[in-house]
Ligand binder design. Structure first.
Ligand code: BV8
Length: 240
């Protein structure tokens, strides 16, 4: 199946790549719906919400600063690096990610459409326009309030919040126009991103799932590569 998908990649003019938390798992970044250590008593749906932030901004910031420290301590893995190589070595590869960890950029991917934002960026929710992109270091951000007095927030899309309209429109255009969609390391349950593979299929694309376990997408995929992204992805493309 690897060889068949590799031949699809070579033949495809436009390849869309959609990643989720699973591509960062081998770097050591806890996935969402697994056993995420000290945060296991919380579900992301409880903390990654505007309501949680409005009620307990310190708790939500503790979670994001903990995640920042986890991410700052790790490196991109072979899966991230393989995708960056695809983008460097051939034309027509568009990268969409649900991840907010910034690891695709650190792996050398020039353009990753970050559909759920980026936890290294903060913004003022009170509309004063302040925003800042912090260095991916383990030095915790200490300024959590805006000069205008409001709490700053991580510039990510929380549950119950709509995605940036331009970003999701761009993503829909990319997958609708793709010949091949690679869906890597996502449980395919979070909408509206989880609707993208169906849009790709309706546009005539082949859909390939790379995952260590079955997901709601598995039955709809044209090919399933069951394995670690860090093992599977490098095998899919050899420099011509
Ligand atoms: C929206 C940013 C309009 C924050 C995230 C009821 C009320 C309100 C909303 C809803 C509702 N019902 C449904 C919704 C919509 C909701 C939703 O889909 N909920 C789900 C849980 C049912 N969506 C939203 O709210 C979205 N907005 O719809 O607005 C609206 C408004 C109001 C009401 C209705 C609609 C906003 C969604 C964005 C939320 N923000 N993150 C942050 O990260 O801090 S989502 C979060 O989950 C991350 O972005 C993450 O990327 C994303 C998806 O998770 P995955 O990436 O798939 O990660 P997961 O751990 O789940 O899976 C990892 C996979 O990798 C697994 O399959 C595993 O097997 C695999 N894997 C592991 N290791 C490897 C591997 N694969 C390969 N190799 C490996 N080594």
């Amino acid at each position: 199946m690897i060889d068949r998908v590799a031949s699809w990649m070579r033949a495809a003019e436009r390849v869309a790549v959609l990643t989720g938390a699973g591509i960062s798992a081998e770097s050591g970044v806890p996935v969402f719906r697994g056993d995420a250590g000290l945060w296991r008593q919380f579900r992301p749906e409880q903390l990654a919400t505007p309501d949680a932030f409005n009620r307990q901004p310190e708790l939500v910031w503790d979670w994001y600063l903990w995640r920042r420290a986890c991410i700052a301590a790790v490196q991109p893995n072979a899966g991230h690096l393989a995708i960056a190589r695809w983008q460097q070595q051939r034309a027509g590869v568009a990268l969409l990610t649900q991840n907010v960890d910034g690891l695709h950029a650190r792996a050398g991917s020039a353009a990753a459409l970050e559909l759920h934002g980026n936890l290294w960026r903060v913004r003022c929710p009170a509309g004063c326009g302040f925003t800042a992109l912090d260095e991916a270091t383990d030095a915790p951000r200490t300024v959590l309030r805006c000069a205008c007095g409001s709490w700053l927030r991580p510039d990510v899309v929380w549950f119950g919040e709509t995605l940036d309209a331009a970003a999701i429109e761009t993503a829909i255009g990319i997958v609708a126009d793709a010949d091949l969609l690679m869906v890597i390391g996502t449980s395919a349950v979070v909408y509206p991103v989880a609707a993208l593979p169906q849009i790709a299929r309706e546009g005539g694309a082949r859909v390939v799932e790379v995952n260590v376990e079955e997901t709601p997408l598995t039955g709809q995929a044209d090919a399933v590569l069951r394995g670690l992204a860090g093992d599977v992805l490098p095998a899919l493309w050899r420099e011509p």
